[in-house]
Ligand binder design. Structure first.
Ligand code: FE2
Ligand code: FE2
Length: 221
């Protein structure tokens, strides 16, 4: 997959998540909204990181006149990360949750449109197909190392973002493991509570049966 295909594929994946959020919001499914937002946070954090590490520097090197567009794109990433950070800490019950998500979706859709219509065509012009493939392979590798949470205060241009990104990634992946473990723990506890309720119900039924046997049995002569 070349760099352009990879970026567009990421964009489509995010758009799918936005649609899922809009559906969940319409159906007032708070848990589903939260689940989708967590995915959006991860997907957009990784995507922004690989663009900042590889795509944007490649564009700046290829075409000097594109400098201002790339700087604007970096500022848009910065605002998206700040919003993601807030959303990640909020709950769907918060009265600003859906409004914040709606503004985020609006700005990401605008950003994606600009990237696909203005930046990516210039990348296609500046690089040979073989180079675009190599760039894509590099981005695919970088995705595995990218931070999964937004870090608006970290450097977003090379060389700083390589080091900070790798470090943040290790921390984020550790936090992901902890969160998954906590979820598994909660599910196991729910399972145990269900089993105990079942046992209690059986004991009560047995007790009732014993009581009725005592009441119905004739008194001793
Ligand atoms: Fe971008
Ligand atoms: Fe993008």
């Amino acid at each position: 997959m070349d760099a352009i295909q990879l970026v567009k594929q990421d964009h489509r994946a995010v758009e799918q998540l936005f649609k899922q959020f809009e559906k969940a919001e319409e159906a007032e499914k708070a848990a589903e909204m939260k689940r989708v937002v967590q995915k959006v946070v991860k997907e957009l954090s990784v995507h922004a990181a690989i663009e900042e590490q590889i795509l944007y520097p490649a564009l700046r090197r290829a075409e000097e006149s594109i400098e201002d567009d790339v700087l604007e794109a970096l500022e848009e990433h910065h605002l998206v990360k700040l919003t993601l950070l807030e959303l990640d800490k909020m709950s769907p019950e918060d009265e600003r949750y859906c409004a914040k998500m709606s503004v985020l979706m609006e700005s990401v859709r605008h950003h994606v449109e600009k990237e696909e219509e203005e930046l990516l065509p210039q990348l296609r012009e500046a690089f040979q197909p073989k180079d675009l493939k190599e760039l894509g392979a590099l981005m695919e590798k970088a995705k595995k190392m990218a931070p999964t949470r937004p870090h608006p205060a970290s450097p977003d241009t090379p060389p700083g973002n390589f080091v900070a990104g790798a470090l943040a990634s290790i921390l984020d992946r550790g936090r992901d493991v902890l969160r998954d473990a906590a979820d598994r723990g909660r599910k196991a506890a729910q399972g145990r509570a269900r089993a105990m309720r079942g046992q209690a119900r059986k004991a009560i039924a047995k007790g009732r049966q014993a009581m009725s046997e005592v009441i119905e049995s004739p008194p001793p002569p």
